[in-house]
Design a protein around this ligand. Structure first.
Ligand SMILES: Cc1cc2nc3c(=O)[nH]c(=O)nc-3n(C[C@H](O)[C@H](O)[C@H](O)COP(=O)(O)O)c2cc1C
Length: 347
């Protein structure tokens, strides 16, 4: 059933092709070791989703540098000691014919003094709601973080990853540099696309020509009446073009719960806006909790791949059950609390 979901997904580089169009979206969990290393619980978590029929797994947001931690007990990839844990997850996925990539990230202003041991850093001084005030980064710090993204990509390849994803969404550091209301710098790094371009180029220089780079982005506001310098069709197009030239192969378009609403005051969905600028494959995340909705979205030509998050929390075998037409266990909000308590509700 839902045939459109089970066609192969080509990443467009290096002959990397997933067995189907379903992706496990990146999901931060508080189940890693205190130093960010992965453990048996996490290997089992990914293994269950790989056995459950998903085509590609994108690992949880993994901080590439100690200045970019966002949560306690989150998975990280900021030292070589972290490679082995990721390798075990990659191996578990590969054993089931599933592709695996890391999501490389830096929290920027979305952190706390107590977690970092210092003030969070950001393109410009800024306080994000619910986090501690952040200070502006020095140029040396910017260059260090760019190199840390490249080192995170190298560690991902050492772990056997098929691709890497850069987390440019949800108000974290890459997104903070793009946001005109956050990035008020008056040097070259004040250009909204420059930091992300340099990160993509640094990652490309490490991963070579055959490893795909996915880029996840989201839009903080597309309301022209908003006071926070919203994204426009023109600024979106500028961003996508710059990143594609820098070396991105696949868009991971994070719509949160809004994959079916029109953007920029129109009825045109966000992935349709993306297609006006870029012909790269699009993975879309956002409220795909039932297979009919996900399949219909692909059939309508809005996405080449579908990223599933909460659906795979509640049922690790969501994909395989959908394929054969078995009932799956639907997502319930209570499952998140179960997960926070360290119990996998989907197996
Ligand atoms: C527990 C949890 C953790 C998440 N962690 C991340 C993350 O690390 N990186 C990210 O880009 N998105 C993260 N997200 C967002 C999901 O990847 C996804 O985009 C979002 O939940 C919408 O998909 P869904 O409707 O299928 O849940 C997280 C979502 C949940 C529920």
């Amino acid at each position: 059933m839902y045939d459109s979901l089970w066609e192969p997904f080509a990443f467009g580089r290096g002959d990397v092709t997933a067995r189907n169009r379903t992706f496990m979206g990146p999901m931060t969990l508080a189940t890693a070791e205190p130093d960010g290393r992965l453990n048996d619980w996490i290997v089992s978590w990914y293994q269950a989703r790989a056995k459950g029929g998903v085509g590609t797994i994108i690992g949880a947001a993994a901080a590439v540098h100690a200045s970019g931690f966002g949560w306690p007990n989150a998975m990280t990839i900021h030292t070589d000691d972290h490679i082995d844990g990721w390798k075990r997850c990659v191996d578990a996925a590969h054993a089931e014919g599933v592709l695996f990539g890391t999501q490389l990230y830096h929290s920027g202003a979305a952190s706390h003094d107590a977690l970092l041991g210092h003030t969070p850093i950001c393109p410009s001084a800024w306080k994000r709601d619910a986090f501690d005030p952040a200070r502006a980064m020095t140029v040396d710090e910017i260059l260090t973080v760019i190199d840390a993204f490249a080192q995170g990509a190298k560690r991902s390849l050492d772990a056997g990853c098929d691709f890497v994803e850069l987390h440019g969404a949800h108000g974290y550091l890459l997104h903070q540099f793009w946001r005109r209301d956050v990035n008020r710098r008056d040097d070259v790094w004040g250009h909204p696309t420059y930091f992300a371009e340099e990160v993509v180029k640094a990652v490309r220089s490490v991963v070579g020509d055959r490893v795909p780079i996915m880029y996840r982005f989201s839009i903080h506001s597309d309301d022209p009446a908003a006071s926070d310098e919203p994204v426009t069709p023109e600024s979106l197009a500028e961003y996508l073009k710059a990143l594609e030239v820098a070396g991105v192969d696949v868009w991971d378009i994070s719509c949160w719960r809004e994959s079916r609403r029109g953007y920029f005051g129109t009825t045109t969905l966000l992935p349709e806006w993306v297609r006006r600028t870029s012909s790269l494959p699009r993975v879309v995340a956002g409220n795909f909790l039932s297979p009919d909705g996900a399949a219909e979205y692909c059939e309508s030509g809005y996405a080449e791949g579908i990223a599933l998050a909460r659906g795979l929390i509640s049922d690790a075998s969501w994909c395989e059950r959908a394929r054969v037409g078995d009932a799956y266990r639907p997502y319930e909000d209570a499952d998140l609390q179960v997960l926070r308590n360290g119990v996998d509700p989907g197996v």
